[in-house]
Ligand binder design. Structure first.
Ligand code: ADP
Ligand code: MG
Length: 499
């Protein structure tokens, strides 16, 4: 066991987690019928005869759902099976009118693959980044069930079959995850991949991306412990809380001499606790068998190659390119590849102004802060890439200070810029607000002389070796110049005059 692994132990126990994630595929229609897939419609208005399991109906595979599975397989470096098989998973539930779910069992469409991400530990100078890879077992296509509605029906339960037949890709990992932090980092990376390649809208509140975390603990070197499966985690915050609670609970049980029983549990955000729903079924309970209504799914290699040719550059590869091409730190590159829109915004600015690090700082700082405050997406940023590039040009060439740049940003963000080319807009704002730095060293020297004359005490202290006194003088000069002096120049001139 490496040092990093040893530091992950909780009260002497190793945490072991495997994930099953249901990603709702972004098709227009259902996986085996033509009924539409849209969130929030009136109950039972989007279920056709196939979804209702009326006798005599037959499922027909949705090509768009298969294509999305292929995209996923390629994105995670998996094998896309030439031939995969649909199976019936039999169980009774009121919102499952067929009495079985069509899924894939022995031969899934996507086999193997992996998801890698970076984990950050420590802060500031102590921060270290460690690469972690989680192996995937498989990803298979299946249909969603309907929903049971327990509210508003006066002691009865309503059944809404709108969701029945919605296409899902279930993505299953090996039990490679070793902490709640790794679990959240894995889930975030997976979420980024499926939204990046456009196969899932990623809306967690609406249930488009939901995770089940299988959690067990063991003493290092022991075989795997018995797991409990936390169902339907639909926020990263609850995911971390639920796993942390579950780990503490399991350790407590074991320390008290109780065995863990395999179970399915739910997390209650109100109490912060996990609660057993039912003891877990085994695969044998589902009586899986190949669905005789559907032929095996055959995927020709030419189709896979066409999909491969149309794949976008993936976030990890793009982040690595940003490090190489623009000399960005790994942290910046990862942050800027949160979404295709963010990455495109960065590249447009970096290429227009030739200042990638400044572009990165402005996007991660001022732009992100404003977007977060307004709960807006980068695609809705009111400052265009070319406007921000024009602003950065004027900071880079010393026309304005970084602080004055923030005032220009405010004006651009508020739509105050006059009509015109981006550079002309920025220059007009700098002019109108009088933000130009003093680059005239004669005028600056005059100010410095006045400040030195008026602050003899600080001058004496500086000469006696007090660095603080120097900073006080810089502050006085900046103030006297109304913030327009170039701080680098002030430093240089002051040192010259004092030394
Ligand atoms: P099922 O389909 O019955 O839920 P699987 O064997 O397919 O069971 O496993 C489901 C998930 O549980 C996988 O992600 C797997 O890695 C994980 N898993 C299996 N055993 C353990 C364990 N002992 N501790 C933690 N996770 C586990
Ligand atoms: Mg399971």
């Amino acid at each position: 066991m490496s040092q990093a692994q040893a530091s992950l132990l909780v009260q002497g126990y190793e945490v072991v987690i495997g994930f099953e994630t249901h990603a709702q595929l972004s098709t227009n229609s259902k996986i085996f019928s033509r009924a539409p897939v849209a969130f929030g419609a009136e109950p039972n208005t989007q279920a056709c005869a196939v979804d209702l399991a009326l006798p005599g109906t037959l499922p027909v595979m949705n090509r768009g759902a298969v294509e999305r599975a292929i995209r996923f397989g390629l994105a995670v470096g998996a094998h896309v099976a030439e031939r995969s098989v649909f199976a019936r998973k039999n169980y009774f539930y009121p919102d499952l009118p067929k009495g079985y779910q069509i899924s894939q069992y022995e031969t899934p469409v996507v086999q193997g693959g992996e998801v890698s991400f970076y984990l950050e530990t420590g802060k500031g100078a102590d921060a270290t980044r460690e690469k972690k890879t989680v192996r995937l077992v498989r990803a298979h296509l299946e249909e969603d069930a309907g929903k049971s509605l327990h509210e508003d029906y006066h002691g009865m339960t309503g059944i809404d079959l709108n969701r029945a037949g919605t296409p899902l890709l279930e993505i299953v990992t090996e039990p490679d995850i070793r902490s709640s932090a790794e679990a959240v980092a894995y889930a975030k990376e997976l979420h980024k991949i499926v939204t990046w390649i456009g196969i899932c809208d990623g809306n967690m509140q609406e249930g488009s991306f939901r995770c089940d975390a299988n959690v067990s603990v063991r003493k290092p070197g022991q075989p795997l412990g018995t797991r409990r499966e936390i169902k339907n985690l639909n926020s990263f915050k609850f995911m971390q809380q639920a796993i942390d609670y579950e780990v503490r609970w399991q350790i407590e049980q074991l320390e008290d001499g109780h065995a863990i029983e395999q179970a399915t549990v739910l997390f209650d955000p109100e109490t912060g606790e996990t609660r057993a729903m039912r003891t877990k079924e085994d695969a044998a309970d589902y009586r899986y068998f190949p669905d005789p209504d559907l032929p095996p799914l055959v995927i020709e290699r030419e189709w896979v190659e066409r999909v491969r040719a149309a794949m976008p550059e993936l976030p990890r590869a793009m982040a690595e390119r940003f490090v190489q091409q623009y000399g960005l730190p790994e942290y910046d590159a990862t942050t800027l590849t949160q979404s295709p829109a963010m990455a495109a915004y960065f590249e447009a600015i970096a290429q227009a102004c030739g200042q990638p690090k400044l572009a990165s700082n402005w996007i991660m700082g001022e732009v992100s802060r404003r977007l977060n405050a307004e709960e807006r997406d980068i695609a809705e940023a009111p400052v265009s890439a070319l406007q921000l590039a024009a602003l950065i040009n004027r900071i880079a060439d010393g026309t304005i200070s970084n602080n004055a740049g923030k005032q220009v940003m405010d004006a651009l963000w508020g739509g105050e810029a006059p009509v015109g080319e981006p550079q002309a807009q920025v220059d007009a704002l700098i002019e109108a607000k009088g933000l130009k730095q003093m680059n005239d060293s004669g005028a600056l020297e005059a100010i410095i002389d006045e400040v030195l004359a008026a602050n003899e005490k600080n001058v004496a202290e500086y000469r006696a070796g007090k660095d603080k006194a120097f900073n006080a003088l810089v502050g006085q000069v900046m103030k006297a110049s109304k913030g327009k002096a170039n701080p680098v120049q002030v430093n240089e001139l002051l040192k010259k005059k004092l030394g």
